[in-house]
Design a protein around this ligand. Structure first.
Ligand SMILES: Cc1cc2nc3c(=O)[nH]c(=O)nc-3n(C[C@H](O)[C@H](O)[C@H](O)COP(=O)(O)OP(=O)(O)OC[C@H]3O[C@@H](n4cnc5c(N)ncnc54)[C@H](O)[C@@H]3O)c2cc1C
Length: 395
């Protein structure tokens, strides 16, 4: 890492996908930044998370020169499958929208971003403790932190809060201006990673009377499966045998007959929630990515929203430095939130349509869910709407 500057144009707090991509997009447009990350590089590069890259996110990464490995090693998926009533419906993205998604792990993308940051000579300070913001709504914003036991201060024009779900930067937006919107879902996903070939070459989302299941993959010999569990479940409640039996029972027979099982190499429990904090700007501070919003993983949107936020923010900041006008910065929050809410809606819809909610037996909600799926299975327009949202709305 090069010497830490005492002054820069933009300080970016958080070196996850949002923060590191923002630094690179700014660099490409001639704007200087310093990235301050709490964790070690190994920790950030070791996190296993999202894996579906929307069509537009792929194009963004390509335009920024970041897609070499993704285009070589990622898997282009022209559709996904929905399973219901022992039937499988192929949602054909290519035919319905002319677009696709790319299966490429967030872990690999994070490595590509860090490699590009190093090549570009952008300062990324890792293991920075006690990060704090000052004069966020005044004329001399600063960020202080401790690195290698030394107290540091960087003054800047703007601060980007890209510090994820437990964001500390978000707390600098006063309660009097912040609005929070939240929906908690009364179940979890239990996920299992196994070194086995995927059961199918594209993802399968299954609605079964006993609960949801998802068949996903990382590569030809690494499969990621999920089943819906109860809200209070832990990984101890899901030994491998129980997981595989449950998964098999929730898939159409023609699929479960082909399922190759094996020992888990990783198991996790993920709670599901939708959550948005508004606005995304306060004074000189801008929020982007998980610091501002969380969606349940059902629609595969979390990482993609982090990407679209920072595309808008980089444009707005570069516009300011090119023209001296703040118009783009003033519009950032509304522009980003408009796309965020569409992804919140789609993720909520996928979650509501595909899961069994406690108390749902033969009641009104179950009938509605059944009707929603029957409509999708029979209507090309319904399928096109799902495909349009899944591949990603335009940026
Ligand atoms: C277990 C898990 C599974 C997921 N699965 C999916 C999925 O299947 N599909 C999907 O689309 N999305 C998924 N997501 C969501 C997706 O990973 C996130 O939306 C994405 O990482 C958002 O990027 P980000 O940069 O905004 O936040 P993060 O990736 O969280 O990055 C924030 C960074 O800020 C750093 N930081 C935090 N606090 C501070 C501080 N005080 N000072 C400095 N740095 C700080 C953190 O260490 C981190 O590196 C998953 C998330 C998790 C946790």
């Amino acid at each position: 890492m090069s010497e830490i500057a005492k002054k820069t144009q933009v300080v970016i707090v958080g070196g996850g996908p949002a923060g590191s991509l923002l630094a690179l997009l700014l660099h490409l447009q001639g704007v200087e930044s310093v990235v301050i990350e709490l964790r070690s590089r190994d920790h950030v590069l070791g996190r296993v998370r999202a894996g579906v890259i929307e069509y537009g996110s792929g194009a963004t990464l390509r335009e920024a020169g970041l897609a070499g490995r993704m285009d070589r090693e990622g898997f282009v998926h022209d559709g996904v499958n929905l399973a219901f009533n022992d039937q499988l419906l192929h949602i054909d993205f290519k035919r319905l929208t002319g677009k696709h998604v790319i299966i490429y792990g967030q872990t690999q993308l994070q490595r590509d971003l860090y490699d590009a940051i190093d090549t570009a000579g952008i300062t990324l300070v890792d293991e920075a403790e006690g990060v704090d913001l000052h004069d966020v709504d005044g004329g001399s914003p600063r960020v202080t932190f401790v690195h290698d036991g030394i107290e540091r201060e960087i003054s800047c024009d703007y601060i980007a809060g890209c510090d994820g779900v437990h964001s500390a930067t978000r707390d600098h937006i006063p309660d009097s201006v912040r609005q929070r919107f939240e929906r908690l879902y009364p179940f979890v996903w239990v996920g299992l990673l196994s070194e086995t070939p995927p059961v199918r070459d594209e993802l399968i989302y299954a609605n079964h009377p006993d609960g949801f299941a998802l068949c996903s993959m990382r590569n030809e010999n690494l499969s990621r499966y999920y089943v819906q569990g109860s809200a209070e479940d832990t990984t101890d409640d899901w030994p491998d045998d129980r997981f595989w039996e449950t998964l098999k029972a929730r898939l159409p027979r023609a699929v479960s007959d082909r399922l190759v099982t094996g020992p888990s190499v990783e198991k996790l429990v993920t709670p599901l929630r939708s959550w948005v904090s508004e606005p995304l700007r306060h004074g000189r501070l801008f929020l982007a990515g998980d610091a501002a919003h969380i969606v349940p993983p059902t629609g595969a949107k979390g990482l993609n929203l982090a990407i679209s936020d920072v595309v808008y923010l980089a444009d707005a900041l570069a516009g300011f430095y090119a023209t001296g006008h703040e118009t783009g910065l003033e519009e950032y929050s509304d522009r980003a939130l408009s796309r965020v809410w569409k992804a919140v809606r789609f993720s909520w819809w996928m979650t509501s349509t595909m899961h069994r909610f406690p108390g749902m037996s033969n009641d009104f909600d179950r009938r509605l869910q059944k009707t929603e799926l029957e409509y999708l299975f029979s209507s090309e327009n319904g399928q096109r709407s799902m495909a349009e949202n899944y591949v990603g709305l335009p940026l």
